[in-house]
Write a protein that binds this ligand. Structure first.
Ligand SMILES: O=C(O)C(O)[C@@H](O)[C@H](O)[C@H](O)COP(=O)(O)O
Length: 261
């Protein structure tokens, strides 16, 4: 695929089913955890909401439970819905109930959005405080910085895409995709409910060392095809990474990618 992404070409692997995809996602995550824990004593992992949290349950298998250095993991969210943390729409709750509560990651290493802003539905305040939290962890060298830019650089980010091509809470036709100065921004009229959300900005998303976009099902097939045709109207088309941006697709999601892409 020759594209304007140049060297930062997107890669893809198509799996026969969700099962194979989640097994591969677990392996990919465990390998990077081993690499970064060895190199720097920390593994910074960024989660999104949606289906991928259920695919992460593969990591609950004994082989990973026993080998992963969970105490070195630090967990962040690429986007979060601004609802109380115990609300059914909370990405924190989704990940905590389905995955985080079942592995020995220290609770202090799990960085949810500010509880008070979440309870009050204060999206602007939540974005400001999440940005402060990220900067604090950069100062403590838990999060690395990207080359000379000073932008935070996470080790691995796990993303999903909606049928409209959104990633994180960067939606087509909304200005947040163009934000370059802030690390974290907010939206109060998200087309996908709930309306109030915070999200990392594109520069932060793309500074990540490894970005894994996991997409399953036919509902996303048109959007996946547009991404691989380099249609930059879709926020997900902009996804790159410092080292590797890789798309994990099941056959249904990949079914409309034109031949040769
Ligand atoms: O909180 C959210 O809504 C998201 O983080 C969002 O960007 C999600 O990852 C995609 O919409 C894919 O969601 P599904 O996996 O449920 O299709």
């Amino acid at each position: 695929m020759a594209s304007v992404l140049g060297e930062k070409e997107r890669k893809k692997i198509v799996f026969p089913s969700k099962n194979e995809l989640s097994e591969a996602m677990a392996k990919y995550t465990a390998n990077l955890s081993a690499k970064f824990c060895k190199e720097r004593g920390y593994f910074t992992l960024v989660l999104s909401g949606g289906d991928l949290i259920s695919w992460l349950s593969e990591l609950l298998k004994p082989v990973y439970q026993e080998s992963i250095e969970w105490s070195k993991w630090h967990i962040f969210w690429v986007d979060e819905r601004v609802v109380p943390l115990d609300h059914k729409d909370s990405n924190y709750k989704l990940a905590f109930d389905g995955f985080l509560s079942k592995v020995p990651i220290p609770i202090a290493n799990i960085y949810a959005i500010d509880q008070d802003c979440a309870a009050l539905g204060d999206a602007k305040g939540a974005a400001l405080l999440y940005e402060k939290c990220i900067k604090r962890l950069v100062n403590r060298n838990i999060i690395r910085t990207y080359k000379s830019s000073g932008f935070p650089q996470f080790d691995l980010q796990l993303l999903g895409m909606g049928p409209d091509g959104h990633m994180a809470s960067l939606f087509p036709g909304h200005y947040q995709i163009k934000e370059k100065a802030n690390l974290v921004t907010y939206i109060t009229d998200s087309p996908k409910p709930p309306p109030k959300r915070i999200t990392f900005t594109l520069p932060v998303i793309n500074c990540t060392s490894y970005n894994l976009m996991a997409v399953c099902d036919e509902a996303q097939a048109d959007a996946v095809a547009k991404v691989f045709e380099d249609n930059f109207d879709l926020p997900s088309t902009w996804l790159t990474a410092d080292v590797e941006a890789i798309w994990f697709l099941d056959q249904a999601a990949a079914s409309k990618i034109p031949k040769g892409h």
